[in-house]
Ligand binder design. Structure first.
Ligand code: EPU
Length: 443
């Protein structure tokens, strides 16, 4: 037996790769859970703060590893960054150091979102190319093509994206090949200080894009159309720092919604507008769940075994790719056969191989997964490969017939504040252990 050390419930900022979460299956999730600010908003709001010298404050931020890394990215650019509870204060100097190193960018792909603000503020920028990751290849071509249309010269040098616009950026007409979240954000943040008007067509419509544009408009930017597929940005000379509150995390909320459905539980989620995950909640209803919508809350109840439903991921307002592991998890315990299709990232199905270790019956072909549901899953040791896969494996473990151990749970720390504490408050017997990095134990 390994010796285990119980860790406190507070979210941690550790990067240990030998932390494990153990959950006992056969429980129904029941109770209320509050979600805090969305990771994928808060990270970009921090980058947006770079656009205005002075002190910006962002509230309702999640206490997760990725926010700590983003804080470090901004510090190396010359900003002062202080975290206190669910607030981050970013002090932006008149002159920034426009270079983001590989050692941080490789740990947080989202740091590429400093590209647009730095180019707009400094006229030149070097940001390490983030490369691919466990969920897929993750290109940057649309970011680059859009910045070039706005007058930037962009090259790739020794693993860095190098961009310059010595005479400043100018307005342009840009059409994205695909509604990329990151490209939309970078191009909007570059355009707010450009000369003239930029029209970006086929943009991402995610709620996090709307949140970013609202903060930028509060700062003095002139952006129209956020939340639709065409954004128009009228450039201004300068922006002012602001205080802004991050929107709730629809992916964390969706994780609990699927957890309730898979375990035939009863969970109320607060802190998020249900319209941000409407299709996900519709799928749960189609699977037999009872879903009540509030203004900034919802309740999911599942009384019987869920029915099989087909799910395909798509850009917002479609079913979020970040909930794919939960969709496969639901299919794995549903009555019948489900076809789950992933349309955004080519590597997401790595998760399915781990889920098979819990007894799931999954057949993958290309970007489709054919899942034959089983009444119960089994228990096993499994390994998280990314944030959502980690959370999905823990939730799937709740449907097992024993204790499931999920390894590499530092991935979960990147996106879910207080994951273990929330599980406990929903009635789960769970603990987090630090297992010594000893080959005897297989790590
Ligand atoms: N793509 C390109 N070229 C580009 C940009 C994107 O080919 O220039 C491709 C990507 O390779 C990918 C697809 O387009 O296949 C979608 O990429 P997108 O740019 O929309 O995603 P992202 O900005 O890299 C964000 C979230 C992801 C979320 C996706 C899709 C952040 C920090 N990340 O990534 O969240 O899955 O949008 O909604 O906002 C997560 O939170 O776990 C996570 C992975």
């Amino acid at each position: 037996m390994t010796s285990s050390v119980l860790l406190p419930l507070e979210p941690t900022l550790t990067m240990s790769d030998v932390d494990v979460i153990r959950v006992t299956g056969g429980v129904k999730l029941a109770g209320e859970v509050r979600v805090v600010g969305a990771k994928n908003s808060a990270l970009k709001l921090m980058a947006a703060a770079l656009l205005a010298p002075g002190t910006s404050v962002i509230d309702n931020i999640p206490r997760i590893t990725d926010m700590g890394i983003m804080g470090e990215v901004l510090r190396r650019l010359g900003a002062g960054v202080q975290f206190a509870g669910d607030r981050v204060t970013v002090e932006v100097p008149d002159r920034l150091h426009p270079e983001a190193d590989y050692d941080l960018v490789r740990r947080l792909r989202a740091s590429i979102c400093v590209l647009g603000p730095l180019l707009a503020r400094c006229g030149s920028v070097r940001v390490a190319h983030p490369g691919g990751d466990a969920i897929g290849s993750r290109g940057l071509d649309m970011h680059v093509a859009g910045l070039e249309k706005m007058g930037a010269e962009v090259s790739g040098e020794h693993g860095f994206v190098v961009a310059s616009a010595p005479d400043g950026l100018h307005g342009a007409k840009i059409a994205l090949d695909f509604p990329s979240v990151g490209a939309t954000e970078n191009l909007v943040m570059a355009a707010v200080l450009a000369r003239g008007t930029t029209v970006i067509d086929n943009v991402a419509r995610e709620p996090e894009i709307v949140d970013l544009c609202q903060m930028l408009n509060q700062m003095g930017a002139l952006i129209e159309g956020a939340g639709t597929s065409e954004i128009v940005v009228h450039g201004v000379d300068a922006l002012n720092p602001v205080t802004h509150t991050t929107i709730g995390d629809r992916i964390v909320a969706g994780t609990w919604a699927f957890g309730a459905a898979m375990t035939r539980g009863d969970v109320t989620v607060t802190g998020v507008e249900p319209r941000w995950l409407e299709i996900a909640l519709d799928k749960i209803a189609n699977a037999g769940g009872d879903v009540d919508h509030g203004v900034d809350s919802f309740r999911v109840r599942m009384f019987d075994r869920p029915r099989a439903v087909d799910i395909r991921t798509l850009p917002f307002p479609g079913f979020a790719t970040d909930l794919l592991p939960m969709a496969i998890g639901l299919a794995a315990v549903a009555d019948g056969q489900s076809l789950i299709t992933e349309n955004i990232f080519d590597g997401r199905f790595m998760f399915a191989e781990e889920l098979k270790r819990l007894g799931a019956d999954i057949h993958i072909e290309g970007h489709h997964a054919m899942v034959r549901g089983r009444e119960h899953l089994s228990y096993a040791e499994v390994t998280a490969s990314d944030i959502r896969a980690g959370a999905g494996l823990v939730i799937a473990g709740l449907c097992g017939d024993g204790v499931t151990t999920v390894r590499a749970v530092h991935h979960i720390d990147r996106g879910y504040p207080n994951f273990v504490g929330d599980l406990r408050s929903l009635g789960v017997e769970v603990f987090r252990a630090e297992v010594p990095a000893d080959p005897e134990y297989g790590f």
